[in-house]
Design a protein around this ligand. Structure first.
Ligand code: PMP
Ligand code: GLN
Length: 449
């Protein structure tokens, strides 16, 4: 499966990972402390992605861990990039406008003006970023001051917490909890406690980070839940960062509501999207943020001196791809409609095989991940062979090494004090070819033999 040159690359990556931890230790040697991590970053460790990608390269499991599609994106998306690579216009290979390539911001302006029901200025109210990651980073760095409190809903996409800390902010966590643990469980059964939510807001709160559809639970926040958050944002004069990278991936006719469309919320919301999720091209790393100009300008201040501008050919290709979809938004052929339909079938297939294997899945209303309680399998496996601190890490590593199936440990999406809330679960990604989902089902069947 791996060529000779790929194998040596793999060895290089694995030894680099080992060297990283040795380097961190050797920085403690006399004189070397000076070159350790700066104070604001101390305590940082490699993220779950870096750890689990190295694990996948070593054991070559069926990878339902990191979220990416294993099928080709729509052909017109790839053709657009191929055409641009060969374009006779030399400017296609040069720097483009720093805050966002004109053709792309114009198309995003058209799309979101329609979706949020107000005229969005493509030049001042939209910024193009290096993936949704950078949109999050610029939003947080551009708004959070030292000592500001930022509310993070647990479980959370893992970079939120370190980003807030890098800005000198204080993360305040509030968990979504399942209000049901037996029978069929939906992501809608994971809820915030209203009293806890009210209590966590105070005069120091600067920002709340919302993620809907949610990674890893798949929850799509309903109108009432969003209104509650909006009311508290008004009451305490708080900014809302709404991470909506899975905005098109909703199932069962559930509506994805953009919190910026709630009365009075446009003025205090920055909404984030990702071309990686929108067009199934996670490697393209183009994202965006939109909101009122006075908020977006703060992101521009971070972006201009860190990234400056994103790749021109990729922005142009994303712009061309939006043009195709803008022309057929209401048609069933629109990718934003056909993809969730295909995904729903995969979701149902996965929910069934996880259940058949003895796990308890939470059926997601959106996104492309599924959480499942794996603890019924504990008798069949020996997770204590693994030395990790958290049981979900032990489970996922044991499964990768012994069953050839990789998932992600959800405790990575919790703060230190709440990691126990994630330990009974595993997260699997279902935007995979049917044959691979079938392989996963077969692997899990073996566990029960
Ligand atoms: N937010 C969430 C909730 C995600 O799952 C991801 C993962 N792609 C991102 C942000 C980052 O997106 P991108 O790959 O566009 O940087
Ligand atoms: N968003 C993707 C996931 O949750 C990928 C994250 C990453 O690789 N950093 O799996």
């Amino acid at each position: 499966m791996y060529s000779k040159s790929n194998r040596s690359l793999l060895n290089l990556i694995l030894s680099a990972a080992k060297q990283q931890s040795i380097r961190q230790q050797s920085n403690c040697m006399a004189g070397m402390e000076k070159f350790g991590l700066p104070k604001r970053l101390q305590g940082s460790t490699p993220s779950v992605w870096n750890e689990y990608i190295a694990l996948a390269m070593q054991y070559k499991p069926l990878n339902l861990g990191q979220g990416f599609p294993d099928e080709a994106p729509p052909s017109y998306v790839m053709d657009a990039l191929a055409d641009i690579a060969k374009s006779e216009n030399p400017m296609m290979q040069q720097y483009t406008r720093g805050y966002g390539h004109l053709r792309l911001v114009q198309n995003l302006g058209k799309l979101y003006s329609k979706l949020v029901g107000r005229e969005i200025n493509p030049l001042s109210e939209i910024i193009i970023t290096s993936g949704a990651y950078e949109a999050l980073y610029s939003s947080i760095m551009g708004h959070v001051d030292v000592g500001d409190e930022v509310i993070i809903i647990e479980p959370f996409f893992d970079c939120y917490e370190p980003m807030v800390k890098m800005a000198g902010g204080i993360p305040r966590f509030i968990p979504l909890k399942p209000c049901k643990t037996e029978g069929s469980i939906s992501s809608a059964d994971w809820v915030l406690d209203d009293t806890e939510l009210e209590k966590i807001f105070n005069e120091k709160t600067k920002m709340i980070i919302l993620n809907t559809p949610h990674n890893p639970i798949g929850k799509v926040f309903n109108k009432q839940e969003l209104q509650k958050i909006a009311d508290l944002c008004h009451k305490w004069n708080v900014l809302c960062i709404s991470d909506e990278v899975y905005e098109w991936l909703v199932f069962d006719n559930i509506e994805h509501i953009r919190i910026c469309t709630l009365p009075g919320m446009w003025e205090r919301t920055i909404t984030i999207g990702s071309a990686g999720k929108t067009f199934s091209v996670t490697g393209w790393k183009i994202g965006w943020a939109y909101g009122p100009a006075n908020l977006i300008t703060n992101l521009q201040m971070i972006h201009q001196n860190s990234v400056y501008t994103c790749p021109t050919p990729i922005q142009e290709a994303v712009a061309c791809s939006f043009e195709v979809e803008l022309g057929r938004l209401d048609s069933p052929d629109c990718y934003f409609r056909s993809l969730p339909k295909e995904l729903k079938v995969k979701r149902d297939f996965m929910a069934k095989f996880l259940q058949d294997a003895g796990m308890k899945p939470t059926v997601p209303e959106g996104g492309y991940f599924m959480l499942a309680d794996w603890t019924n399998l504990e008798k069949q496996i020996n997770i204590n062979e693994e030395k990790d601190k958290y049981r979900d890490y032990k489970f996922t590593k044991w499964m990768t090494k012994n069953m050839g199936l990789q998932g992600i440990p959800p405790s990575a999406f919790y703060s230190e004090q709440n990691k126990n809330l994630g330990e009974n679960f595993v997260r699997y990604c279902f935007i995979k070819k049917q044959e691979n989902l079938e392989k996963a089902a077969e692997l899990l069947k073996k566990l029960n033999k």
